[in-house]
Design a binder for this molecule. Structure first.
Ligand code: ADP
Ligand code: MG
Ligand code: ZN
Length: 657
């Protein structure tokens, strides 16, 4: 997807700039040269390796003495001498041999090195026999010992060089450069991604387009006296396209783009992170105008804590350096710092002060139009059947992020390929949505009749509760085929994008989540472990109602949150035990209110519950018209708010709502 090069050239740290005539060479040119040099060095080293090995092998072979003929023992030799059968003799100095000819051809005798007595006995025997002999010096062979030490060493060194050049960061020189920023520089035009590849986040695109225009012709903006922000923070849930937007900006603008991830600054050695930040900004300033992108800023930008324990020191030093650097350049300097995070709440407040990341751009989940546009982008280049209705897919995928939608299209294409169809069809896309929501179906899992019965009632309970409760989402599909970890699956489809939800809607949603468990309890008389995930979701939502939305009776419009984020960090809570236990009891109150409401919805529709469960056991999955027809018979419970006191059968505490 990304224009990934396997090993990006690293940007060199600050160097005294040599004055050059005429041409302005940025760090990029230098690093290009470096890469070129490295490549050549690598080729050289690779060629050298077989040559050296060849030399060494030849040496080993040559260092053996090479004498023809028959090998004679010393005693045989002396006997032959006495018999006068030896014709000639040459003493080979380094080989420690005597070679020559005798009456049957060539011969050689091994003479122990350094044994003077053997030599003198043999020479006197030769003299006695009257054989002329000579000594052959072998000066080259004296080189064997040093060469046999040097050559293997050279081979090892060459091998190490190759390893360094292949895998060492920035070559030999940088292998130990801890403080270097590792910043990845995208050459202009390297990123093929443009704003056209991002959809559903128009405001963010607008904001970034402004940055691109400013960096393209800063004079125009400066003439107007307009100050372009020097720090822009992209915030939003994961998968909504923050990193993608940054890459698109890199593709759109004609200035250098440096990118780093916040975690690259995090090191265990104190001071290294700070040095990397310094280096990063130094490089950027030299390359101005340019864009610096720090992804996952929260890794460095976390709030500082009062207690410094372990790695805290280092993180704090890194953060401080970041703050200093961001103050260090003027807004007209042409360096724009772009950062992304999905946890703006834990960022240090100092980072968000004007003059640093003074502009915050939300990259949120796309609405229905945005979703359709994103689906269109991702279905480019995939063969789509004419029946594919992306608008319908967009309507069904409320709450999906861009990454989820990309996943849907991809899963759809995979399904189409697996089924052997030449094009991606509409129903494959819908199946892909379910897979993304709940994981693939596990048709192979065999259920016992009791499990089947229980799961059918569980899912029917969800369906009837959510249809009967006015505030809950609508049912899109029911199935008792196992998926992922779940035994069955009820797909609740929100009716549309909603900006805010009311308390009664939330209660109904929680009630629908509990519908499975309530139904099991009504029918079988006891609870099962199958509802665990439902309970978890319901509990989380109820807790948010109390502590995030201020929707509880006892606490009222009070948001329960740790004090200022970053002040006490992970350790302090910032609220008292009393509040904490009140939250717990209020969560329980909400849950039981919802549970009661769910139970009354199910008892009201008891006959239908049986029918839906029966049908489900027969056909395994229900959706579309068949489902709608069954659900027509559902009797709705009155709205929680509009109902007035008469219908508040189980709970009278909501009167003040
Ligand atoms: P984030 O950085 O916000 O967590 P990413 O930018 O990494 O999310 O998005 C992951 C992938 O999801 C992208 O590579 C892209 O394929 C897809 N995606 C996310 N948001 C969008 C969008 N708004 N438009 C098009 N594709 C998107
Ligand atoms: Mg990201
Ligand atoms: Zn359930």
């Amino acid at each position: 997807m990304a224009a990934n090069r396997r090993r990006p050239p690293t940007v060199e740290g600050p160097k005294p700039r040599k004055p050059r005539k005429g041409d302005k060479q940025g760090p990029a040119d230098e690093s290009d040269k470096k890469t070129e040099l490295r490549k050549r060095g690598l080729i050289l080293c690779i060629i050298a390796l077989p040559v050296l090995v060849g030399f060494y092998a030849t040496l080993l072979w040559w260092s053996n003495p090479h004498t023809d003929g028959r090998e004679l023992r010393i005693d045989q030799y002396i006997t032959l001498l006495r018999q006068g059968r030896i014709q000639s003799a040459t003493i080979l100095e380094s080989d420690n041999r005597i070679a020559g000819r005798y009456d049957r051809g060539a011969y050689w005798v091994a003479v122990a090195a350094g044994r003077e007595t053997i030599f003198s006995r043999l020479t006197s025997a030769l003299e006695d026999a009257g054989v002329a002999y000579k000594v052959k010096q072998q000066p080259l062979k004296n080189l064997i010992v040093p060469a046999s030490l040097i050559l293997p060493a050279l081979i090892v060194v060459d091998g190490l060089f190759i390893l360094f050049l292949l895998f060492g960061r920035g070559g030999m020189g940088d292998a130990f450069a801890f403080g270097k920023s590792k910043a990845r520089r995208l050459a202009t035009g390297e990123s093929k991604i443009t704003f056209a590849d991002v959809a559903g986040v128009d405001e963010a695109i607008e904001e970034l387009a402004e940055v691109r225009d400013y960096l393209g012709s800063p004079d125009k903006f400066l003439a107007m006296g307009a100050a372009v922000p020097k720090g822009i923070l992209l915030t939003g849930p994961p998968g909504c396209g923050k990193t993608l937007l940054a890459r698109a900006l890199a593709g759109e603008s004609n200035v250098p783009f440096f990118s780093m991830s916040g975690s690259d600054f995090v090191e265990i050695f104190v001071g290294v992170g700070a040095a990397r930040i310094r280096d990063f900004f130094q490089v950027a300033k030299e390359a101005a105008p340019c864009i610096c992108f720090i992804d996952e800023l929260d890794a460095v930008g976390r709030g500082r804590t009062a207690m410094a324990v372990g790695g805290q020191d280092e993180r704090e030093a890194t953060l401080n350096q970041l703050l200093v650097e961001m103050d260090g350049f003027e807004s007209g300097s042409g360096v724009v710092v772009l950062a992304a995070t999905n946890r703006p709440d834990i960022l240090d407040t100092a980072l968000l002060r004007p003059g640093r990341f003074d502009r915050r751009v939300g990259v949120e989940r796309p609405d229905v139009r945005g979703r359709e546009a994103i689906l269109k982008i991702h279905s480019r280049g995939k063969p789509m059947a004419p029946d594919v209705d992306l608008t319908a897919v967009a309507k069904r995928t409320v709450g999906f992020t861009g990454a989820d939608l990309a996943n849907v299209v991809n899963e759809g294409a995979l399904l189409a390929a697996r089924r052997g169809s030449p094009q991606v069809e509409g129903r494959q896309l819908f199946e892909a949505i379910e897979r993304v929501v709940a994981g693939p179906e596990k048709r192979s899992r065999i259920l016992s009749p009791q499990d089947r019965h229980r799961i059918a009632y569980h899912e029917a309970g969800h369906a009837i509760a959510s249809t009967s409760l006015p505030g809950a989402d609508k049912v899109g599909k029911l199935s008792i085929v196992a998926r992922g970890h779940a035994g069955g699956f009820t797909w609740l489809v929100p009716e549309g994008d909603q900006a805010a939800v009311t308390r009664s809607q939330l209660i109904d949603r929680i009630a629908a989540m509990l519908g499975g468990r309530a139904s099991e309890e009504i029918v079988t008389g006891e609870a099962s472990s199958g509802a665990q995930a439902d309970l978890e979701h319901a509990g989380t939502l109820a807790r948010r109602m109390v502590s995030d939305f201020g929707m509880s009776e006892k606490l009222g419009p009070y948001i329960v949150k740790p004090l200022s984020p970053g002040y006490q960090g992970e350790w302090g809570v910032g609220y008292s035990e009393r509040i904490s236990s009140m939250v717990d009891s209020e969560v329980q109150t909400i849950l039981s209110e919802a549970y009661e409401r769910c139970k009354s919805a199910l008892t009201l529709n008891r006959a239908l519950l049986d029918r839906v469960a029966q049908t489900l056991m027969e056909v395994e999955a229900l959706e579309g018209d068949a489902l709608d027809e069954l659900m027509l018979a559902v009797q709705s419970l009155p709205d929680l708010v509009g109902a007035g006191p008469s219908s508040a059968s189980s709970n009278s505490s909501q009167a003040g709502n």
